[in-house]
Design a binder for this molecule. Structure first.
Ligand code: GDP
Length: 366
C-alpha cells in the first residue's frame, strides 16, 4: 500500500529544501587582520602618539611587546623619537598581594585623580606570573569598570613574554610612549609577591603598598623587605566592621616603620586607612602621594631618583641583552640540556658546566 504522505492529495506540512549554510568564517576577517597588522613607519607612529591617538599608542605598545626582531627595531626607533617628549608625568607604583584590592582601588584612585587633579591616566602592569598563565591578571580592563570607559584613561595589561627583567623593561618603555602621548599620570600595578615589586620600584616616583588588616602581613612585609621600599602604606577595606581592625593594623605598621632607617627621600612613609570599594579616604591617599611628589621635587630627590633609575636601566638593558645573546646562541642551545643532565647526574660540577658553556659561547664570538 502506498504511503499516504506521498499522495498528491496529502495536505499536511511539507518539508522545504533547506538553505545553504553560510560560511562560518567571516569573509571580511582576513582583510581586517591584514589591516590591523599593517605596520606604519616610525614617524607615523610618533606623529600619532604625540597627537594622543590611542589606537596608534596601543599599536606601538604591541610592537614593544613583540618578539619579532623587525618589530623590536621599529619599536626602539619609536621609543627614541618619543624620548624628548617623555618624562613629564607622575609615576606611581601600586602593589599588594592578590585580593588586597588593587584593581578596585586603582579604579577609585584613578577616577578621583582625573576628577580632582585633571590630566590623563595610563594604567600599566608588571606581572611575571602572566608568563606562565599566558594571561595577565593585572591591569585588566574588566576589573577596572569605571576607568575602562573613562575617555582620559589608557589601560594596558602586563606584557606576557620573557623574564621578569624583560617584562619590566617593556613596561618601562611603554611608560615613555604614554608620556609622549600626554598621559601625565602613570599607575604601574604589580602583584605583591616576589621580585616584581623591586622592578616596579625602579621605575616609579612613588611606591604605594596596599595592605589588609588582620592577615599577619605586617610581618611578611618586613621579612620580604618590601616595607623598606614603600613611600606610603595604605590599609584597604577600612569599612563596616573592619574599621577598627584597620586602624589597629595601621598603628602596627607605624610602629614597624620605626624599625627601619629613614628613607633616602628624607620623608617618613605615612600609613593611612581607606576603602577602595566604598570610596572612603581616597582623596587623603591621593593627597599623600602628591604632597610627597611635591616635597621631593623641591628637595631635588625626585630628579636624583629618576637619574638613578636611568642608570639602573642602562645596566639592566645590558644584562638582559647579554643574557639573551648567550641563551639564544645556537651552540649554547645545543649543549645546555646535556650539561644540565650531567650536573643533575653528578657527573660534573655546576661551575665546570657553566665554564664549558661560556667557553663554547666565547668561541663562537671569535
Ligand atoms: P586585587 O586582586 O588586589 O586586584 O583585588 P580586587 O580589587 O580584585 O579585590 C579583591 C576583593 O576584595 C573583591 O571581591 C573586592 O570586591 C574586595 N574589595 C576590594 N576593595 C574593597 C574594600 O575597600 N572594601 C571591601 N569590603 N572589599 C573590597
Amino acid at each position: 500500500m502506498e504511503h499516504p504522505e506521498n499522495s498528491t492529495e496529502y495536505a499536511g506540512l511539507q518539508v522545504n529544501a533547506g538553505v545553504a549554510q553560510p560560511s562560518i568564517v567571516n569573509p571580511y576577517l582576513s582583510q581586517m587582520r591584514k589591516k590591523r597588522h599593517r605596520l606604519f613607519t616610525a614617524d607615523e607612529y610618533v606623529e600619532g602618539i604625540l597627537k594622543g591617538d590611542v589606537s596608534m599608542l596601543g599599536q606601538a605598545v604591541t610592537l614593544i611587546e613583540s618578539v619579532h626582531p623587525d618589530h623590536q627595531a621599529l619599536a626602539q626607533e619609536v621609543i627614541e623619537k618619543c624620548l624628548p617628549f617623555a618624562g613629564n608625568s607622575v609615576r606611581i607604583g601600586i602593589s599588594g598581594v592578590p585580593g588586597a584590592g588593587k584593581s578596585t582601588s586603582i579604579d577609585a584612585f584613578g577616577v578621583h585623580l582625573l576628577q580632582n587633579y585633571g590630566g590623563k591616566l595610563a594604567v600599566l602592569a608588571i606581572d611575571p606570573s602572566s608568563e606562565k598563565t599566558k594571561g595577565s591578571i593585572l591591569g585588566d580592563k574588566t576589573r577596572m569598570e569605571k576607568l575602562a570607559v573613562h575617555p582620559k584613561s589608557f589601560i594596558r595589561p602586563s606584557p606576557t613574554a620573557g623574564s621578569l627583567g624583560g617584562v619590566a623593561r617593556k613596561t618601562r618603555e611603554t611608560i615613555i610612549l604614554c608620556e609622549a602621548a600626554g598621559y601625565n599620570n602613570i599607575f604601574v600595578e604589580t602583584v605583591g609577591v616576589g621580585q616584581s615589586e623591586t622592578a616596579c620600584h625602579s621605575m616609579v616616583d612613588f611606591f604605594l603598598l596596599i595592605q589588609l588588616a588582620g592577615t599577619g602581613d605586617e610581618l611578611q612585609g618586613i621579612k620580604r623587605g618590601i616595607m623598606e621600599i614603600a613611600d606610603g602604606i595604605v590599609i584597604n577595606k577600612a569599612d563596616g566592621e573592619n574599621v577598627e581592625k584597620a586602624k589597629l593594623a595601621a598603628s602596627h605598621f607605624r610602629n614597624a616603620l620605626h624599625l627601619f632607617p629613614m628613607p633616602e627621600s628624607g620623608i617618613m612613609p605615612q600609613v593611612l586607612c581607606y576603602s577602595g570599594f566604598y570610596e572612603l579616604g581616597i582623596d587623603e591617599v591621593l593627597k599623600m602621594v602628591f604632597d610627597h611628589i611635591e616635597q621631593t621635587k623641591e628637595s631635588g630627590y625626585f630628579q636624583y631618583k629618576r637619574n638613578e633609575q636611568s642608570k639602573y636601566w642602562m645596566y639592566e638593558s645590558i644584562n638582559e641583552h647579554l643574557r639573551n645573546n648567550f641563551y639564544f646562541n645556537p651552540r649554547v642551545k645545543e649543549q645546555i640540556a646535556d650539561m644540565e643532565r650531567d650536573v643533575l647526574g653528578g657527573k660534573i660540577t655546576s661551575f665546570v658546566a657553566a665554564k664549558r658553556l661560556l667557553d663554547e659561547y666565547y668561541a663562537t664570538l671569535k
